[in-house]
Design a binder for this molecule. Structure first.
Ligand SMILES: C[S@@+](CC[C@H](N)C(=O)[O-])C[C@H]1O[C@@H](n2cnc3c(N)ncnc32)[C@H](O)[C@@H]1O
Length: 278
């Protein structure tokens, strides 16, 4: 495993299931104004396409199995058997607990899937593709395991303007001294984060790319925003003793940004896409 994958495995050992806890019941609105109860539900809906070939589906980087549970519970006529892959044994253990004994769960890297050629009719992935090393190898592997006409559907972080309070957080983070370990880390590939990048990444093995942005805005206390940031990877790259001072500075710098209720704006944007294997 690379340095980045070793960091991810360590984070998910200590925080298995955290992504699902944060995103499980978080509602979004897509670019067309359609509300979604969660970003996982957008992926479940993408799999209901009756034009898809029959055959098994894969949740790539399945984490603790929340999306697999939703996919398996979906009663649409297009229901199919689902399996999960993740590199973290701790997330897979949590997924096993959630899903029971009968769902295939494989410990593997997306760059080397232990599946035969054209084995799958659908691959979904929630908040993971944009973290992975060697995006081109991931796409090649996905193209290998999908049948012609098969679905690739993903939710990834989108390139978006940060809210003023989040810009404060990003600025403070950028000023932190970077350990050699942190400098060596590279999270994924920027091409996942917008439609033009996706087009260049996925073509030629994939076609019929469609994208929508999932957006949400809420007001929260600066302390709640700090807690939200603690659920992401970046703060875990800092020495723990740096966190109290950084938190205090963040809260101080957010003060002028608060409204009469003491809240700041928090804006989140995800990119949801689907494409078909040629
Ligand atoms: C942010 S979590 C998302 C988990 C889950 N999809 C969810 O949304 O609840 C990212 C997941 O990607 C997995 N992961 C990262 N790189 C991977 C790779 N190259 N191959 C397989 N899994 C990977 C991590 O172990 C982690 O479980």
């Amino acid at each position: 495993m690379s340095i980045t994958e070793t960091f991810l495995a360590g984070f998910h050992r200590d925080h298995a299931g955290l992504t699902a806890q944060v995103f499980d019941a978080l509602p979004w609105q897509d670019s067309g104004g359609r509300p979604w109860p969660s970003s996982y539900d957008w992926l479940v809906d993408a799999c209901r396409d009756t034009a898809l070939p029959p055959g098994p589906g894969l949740d790539l980087a399945c984490g603790d199995g929340l999306l697999l549970a939703r996919l398996r519970a979906d009663a649409a006529p297009t229901a199919r058997p689902w399996m999960g892959v993740d590199l973290s044994p701790d997330e897979l253990r949590a997924a096993r607990q959630r899903l029971g004994a009968h769902v295939p769960l494989l410990r593997a890297r997306a760059q080397a899937l232990p599946l035969g050629d054209a084995h799958l009719a659908a691959v979904v992935s929630h908040l993971a593709l944009m973290l992975m090393d060697d995006a081109d190898a991931v796409v090649t592997e996905l193209a290998r395991v999908l049948q012609p006409g098969g679905l690739l559907a993903g939710v990834v972080g989108a390139r978006a303007e940060p809210s003023p309070a989040f810009a404060v957080y990003l600025e403070l983070l950028s000023q932190q001294p970077r350990s050699a370990h942190w400098q060596a880390l590279r999270f994924g590939d920027r091409r996942w984060h917008d439609e033009a990048g996706l087009q260049s990444l996925l073509a030629p093995p994939f076609e019929a790319l469609t994208c929508t942005r999932l957006m949400r805005e809420e007001r929260m206390s600066p302390e709640s925003l700090w807690q939200w940031c603690l659920g992401m990877y970046d703060l875990h790259l800092l020495p723990p003793e740096a966190l109290p001072g950084l938190r205090a500075e963040f809260l101080r710098r957010c003060q002028p940004l608060t409204d009469a209720e003491g809240t700041v704006l928090h804006r989140q944007v995800l990119l949801a896409f689907q494409a078909r294997r040629r």
